[in-house]
Ligand binder design. Structure first.
Ligand SMILES: *Cc1c(COP(=O)(O)O)cnc(C)c1O
Length: 425
């Protein structure tokens, strides 16, 4: 029998011929809730977080979950209950963290294009820090804070100009990227920030990219950031916290990123060697906390054999799973019920009217119409990027905890989608 690679083990595994998530059979969830369906393992999220916590044992660190990776309330709750802070990138994300009762002072606000309204809401909520990405943003934030009679806590995101060796669309710490303040301008920018009356400098941050599977880019970025801390503090601006961003990769296709605890024990050795080991540290992991914790279940609608290619047409599409279309990303696709027999090579595609609507290419599958498949490693940047293209309702979401399955988002209806629209009369 064909034994596919199952990323996300041990929380995903075949028992006999059926694929389980924790103690729940995935095909049972598909039957109850329909497809496409997102299903997440709570234990998988908790164990991913625990790996970071082990790596940081005894240190003064705040882990801020970068919630754009997966932002449904039921997922945020898992991290809020575990004591995490949150890294947000919009006013909408702020509303979500407040809705789950997260501590506002553990929220940090990243992103290159914060509006005045978003700044005001975040100041009024009492967030812990604004990660500022340009000199223009510093000026505006200072004005907005002064108008409220406040001083905004700021960290400046620096662009360390290191190559994270990942896909160009998810690399953010190179010179040509829109993110952060150029390395050469950092000191000047800190001096400007320290002189603005509406700001209080509290930290420094960087974030070099995503799906990073090697250790050196982190070590290089760390060295460059610490060089800057040396220079900034020598110029008389104290830095309270140092935030190293997120970016650690996951296993999509037998990828072997370092484990979070192993990575951080090495990074902490470097920090100790440079005398920064007892600083207040922060990190902003997203994908590595949730990516391998989720799958998207889909039903095979039709098999369409062709002269050059065979198509396996499923009921999930690029609006549910945008990563293949956006970044040519790879997700394992495995059957919920394994059976023996010959496999055939298929392109797995969705119903959306775009040639870019594919989920996997050249996959060896033994399938019939009506079979159920799991698109693996779909816990990060899938549902949170889902759209309504083709007026397709967004999928339902289930959070599994042991043998319990909780519906955390019902399937979106056409009426949900049309709410807020009006006819012209
Ligand atoms: C997206 C993002 C993260 C999280 O990145 P992952 O690769 O998901 O860990 C962290 N910080 C910032 C500023 C981001 O934009």
């Amino acid at each position: 029998m064909n034994v596919p690679h199952i990323p996300g083990a041990p929380h995903f595994a075949y028992r006999g011929t059926h694929l389980y998530i924790e103690d729940v059979r995935l095909s049972d969830l598909a039957r109850v809730h329909g497809t496409p369906l997102y299903v997440y393992s709570k234990a998988s999220m908790q164990s991913a977080l625990a790996a970071y916590q082990r790596g940081f044992a005894g240190r003064n660190v705040q882990i801020c979950y970068a919630m754009k990776a997966s932002s449904s309330l039921g997922v945020l709750q898992v991290f809020a209950q575990a004591g995490c802070g949150f890294d947000i990138v919009s006013g909408g994300e702020l509303q979500r963290v407040l809705a789950v009762g997260a501590a506002a002072d553990k929220v940090i606000f990243s992103g290159v294009g914060k509006t005045r309204a978003e700044m005001r809401d975040a100041l009024e909520a009492g967030i812990g820090c604004f990660n500022v990405e340009s000199e223009g943003e510093l000026e505006v934030l200072s004005e907005v804070a002064l108008a409220l009679g406040m001083r905004a806590p700021v960290s400046i995101r620096v662009n360390p100009n290191v190559d994270p060796k990942t896909h160009p669309y998810i690399s953010t710490g190179l010179k040509g990227n829109k993110f952060g303040v150029a390395h050469e301008r950092t000191l000047q920018t800190y001096q400007r920030a320290a002189n603005l009356p509406g700001l209080r400098v509290v930290g420094i941050d960087c974030h070099i990219g995503s799906q990073i599977t090697e250790e050196e880019p982190y070590l290089d970025a760390m060295d460059r950031v610490l060089d800057l801390v040396d220079a900034i503090e020598a110029a008389g601006v104290p830095i309270q916290h140092i935030d190293f961003g997120g970016g650690l990769g996951i296993d999509y296709n037998e990828d072997t990123p370092p484990e979070a605890d192993a990575l951080w024990s090495r990074l902490l050795m470097r920090l100790d060697a440079r005398g920064y080991g007892d600083r207040h540290l922060m990190i902003e992991p997203g994908r590595s906390l949730v990516g391998n914790a989720g799958v998207c279940l889909t039903e095979v609608l039709y098999l369409k054999p062709g002269e050059h290619k065979n198509f396996c047409i499923v009921d999930a599409a690029m609006n549910d799973l945008p990563r293949p279309a956006m970044y040519q990303a790879f997700h394992q696709i495995v059957p919920l019920e394994r059976r023996g027999g010959e496999t055939i090579s298929f392109d797995v595609v969705g119903p959306v009217c775009e040639s870019g609507d594919w989920i996997g290419r050249d996959r060896a599958l033994h399938v019939h119409a009506g079979d159920l498949l799991a698109v693996m490693s779909a816990g990060a940047y899938c549902m949170s990027m889902a759209s309504n293209y083709n007026t397709r309702g967004r999928a339902a979401e289930v959070l599994v905890d042991g043998n319990q399955a909780h519906l955390i988002r019902r399937r979106e209806t056409a009426a949900d989608q049309m709410r807020g629209e009006s006819l012209v009369n």
